[in-house]
Design a protein. Structure first.
Length: 353
């Protein structure tokens, strides 16, 4: 037996690592990235800004300027606290670290896989509750799971990944008010959604929000935020590793996230493309297309595995969910640029012709 097999926790040995497929030279429509690069006219200014960074020094520990920039970008009221993470993934982990041995994390399924993975890493119990046939929250099943398992943390992605829909607001409010758990609404896709629970933080002390800049054009920065009541944020901040937001991210985000006009324009373009992509997919015989409030579309395709492979062979990478529970024959495509989407659609059309 090798050293590491002998040494490592058995439950970690048994895990399949989070798999990131190779995408060199492919049209990448698998990970909800923005297709829009930094505009040329900003590059010079950006580089000048970067040149000023003191890389011999540790970063600003509380990233004050960046938090202010994010408050302005996302209209976060001054009375709420903001905690930054190296991606919102790090904040999911931080919340799990705040739990006690024996505590339970509850989430709905299918949803973002990191909730379950991080529960496992941190040795917490994990309880999933299935969505109903329309990917809507099954309120009675959820409430009864809350009653039975008394979770400490409840994660709900709003809008949900990978289904793309935003759940019924009333159902979420009922969940928030019928539990002592901290309810974490993960608004990674807030920029593409019709509704948000941001202002509800003032009403519900057990509600916190997660957001990220990954889905609005800056996945490479690794920057997420938790928004909650000030006292909640100050206590959770004790669990944050010092300097978790590196200087290059702070400096870059401070500059890039000031470009609210550009960010809004890109989000609008994605919304228009989402609508075109959805219409085009719906027009292909045999496909069922689910409604989306995010920058991706889930659809069901006969022989999804083979379609996925055909796309890959022709240089287009999407996400194959067809073997995931309750996602039979489902594929998820990120809304890309007009050209990328047209290429994707032309391959799918030709495949079924
Ligand atoms: C993409 C995604 C995240 C990850 O965000 P990062 O800030 O890139 O770590 C979190 N939650 C959901 C629901 C996502 O889809």
């Amino acid at each position: 037996m090798s050293f590491i097999n002998n040494w490592l926790r058995a439950d970690i040995q048994a895990i399949n690592a989070y798999h990131v497929p190779t995408s060199v030279d492919m049209v990448k429509l698998d990970a909800m990235e923005s297709p829009f690069p930094l505009p040329d006219e900003l590059i010079g200014q950006y580089l000048a800004y970067l040149a000023d960074a003191d890389l011999n020094r540790y970063p600003n520990p509380s990233a004050d300027e960046l938090r202010q920039t994010l408050r302005e970008l996302m209209d976060i009221p001054a009375e709420f606290g903001v905690l930054l993470g190296n991606g919102s993934d790090e904040l999911i982990q931080l919340l799990a670290l705040a739990c006690e041995t024996g505590d339970t994390i509850l989430s709905i399924e299918p949803s973002f896989v990191m909730y379950g993975m991080i529960a496992k890493f941190t040795r917490l119990n994990y309880q999933g509750v299935n969505l109903d046939g329309n990917f809507e929250i099954d309120l009675s099943a959820t409430l009864s799971a809350i009653e039975t398992h008394k979770p400490k943390l409840i994660f709900i992605a709003y809008p949900n990944n990978p289904t793309g829909n935003a759940f019924d607001r009333g159902a979420i409010e009922t969940i928030i008010t019928s539990t002592e758990a901290m309810v974490v609404l993960d608004e990674a896709y807030y920029a593409y959604a019709d509704d948000s629970f941001l202002m509800d933080i003032a009403k519900y002390p057990n509600l916190v929000l997660l957001r990220t800049v990954s889905k609005i054009g800056f996945a490479g920065l690794r920057l997420g935020l938790l928004i909650g009541a000030q006292d909640t944020v100050s206590e959770l901040d004790k669990l944050r590793l010092p300097y978790n937001i590196n200087t290059l991210t702070q400096v870059s985000a401070n500059f890039l996230l000031q470009e609210k006009g550009e960010i809004d324009k890109n989000a609008k373009a994605i919304l228009a493309e989402r609508s075109n992509l959805s219409t085009a997919l719906s027009g292909i015989d045999g496909l069922s297309v689910y409604p989306s409030q995010a920058n991706f579309i889930l659809f069901k395709a006969p022989g999804a595995n083979a379609l996925f492979e055909a796309l890959k062979t022709q240089g287009v990478l999407i996400k194959n969910l067809s073997s995931a529970p309750n996602l039979d024959n489902c594929l998820r495509v990120t809304v890309g640029s007009m050209e990328e989407n047209a290429l994707f659609i032309s391959i799918v059309k030709a495949y079924y012709d």
